[in-house]
Design a protein around this ligand. Structure first.
Ligand code: GLU
Length: 196
């Protein structure tokens, strides 16, 4: 059972996300990662194994930016390594995912035919790639997410950030829970309320 956290705040957010992920460690995981938006770009840090590995990476190369998502992964599709660790991302959108996209093979084939490349062995990677494709057709992030999730079979909780929308944090769920918290100038998404 993986852990998801998303935070929008007014200061650099990666250490807060790391704290949230620590609260979710009890759920079990094999790798972890964080993505933020800084300077209109998606920045990512991912590591195999325990959160301490991610923490070391962040100490060497801090992630800037006040908006971000984090994940502790429990692999279902693809080995538990850094390449398959979440967040999965394109240059437009980053996503963390709990659950399984059962029809990912069919979606991957469709997107590959459209010229998109895949870098991981996960079911999850079809999510950012499909959303990127939908954004290119002129949809807003909200509309692209709504249209994409209508195509996913299976159970999932998802959190998204977008390179071109530095204030936008989107969550979506079908099956697994996703808690939402509103604070003063800070908003949260999490797999459970403990992480918030
Ligand atoms: N199915 C996804 C994967 O294997 C998500 C697993 C999870 O819930 O952590 O990457």
């Amino acid at each position: 059972m993986c852990g998801i956290i998303g935070i929008s705040t007014k200061r650099d957010v990666s250490s807060l996300i790391l704290q949230g992920l620590k609260q979710l460690e009890y759920r079990g995981y094999d790798s972890a990662g964080i993505a933020t938006i800084a300077g209109g770009k998606i920045c990512r840090a991912r590591a195999e194994g325990k959160l301490v590995n991610l923490e070391k990476q962040l100490a060497q190369t801090p992630l800037k930016g006040p908006l971000g998502i984090g994940h502790t992964r429990w692999a279902t599709h693809g080995a538990p390594n850094e390449t398959n660790a979440h967040p999965h991302a394109t240059d437009k959108v980053a996503v963390v995912h709990n659950g399984i996209i059962e029809n990912f093979r069919e979606l991957k084939e469709e997107l590959t035919k459209l010229g998109y490349a895949f870098y991981s062995q996960t079911d999850t990677e079809v999510v950012p790639v499909l959303i990127t494709h939908l954004l290119k057709t002129g949809l807003t992030p909200q509309a692209a997410v709504a249209k994409a999730i209508a195509r996913f079979h299976g159970a999932f909780a998802l959190a998204f950030i977008f390179a071109d929308h530095p204030d936008l944090l989107i969550g979506a769920r079908k099956g697994p829970p996703l808690a939402v918290g509103f604070g003063e100038g800070e908003n949260y998404l999490g797999s459970d309320a403990i992480a918030l």
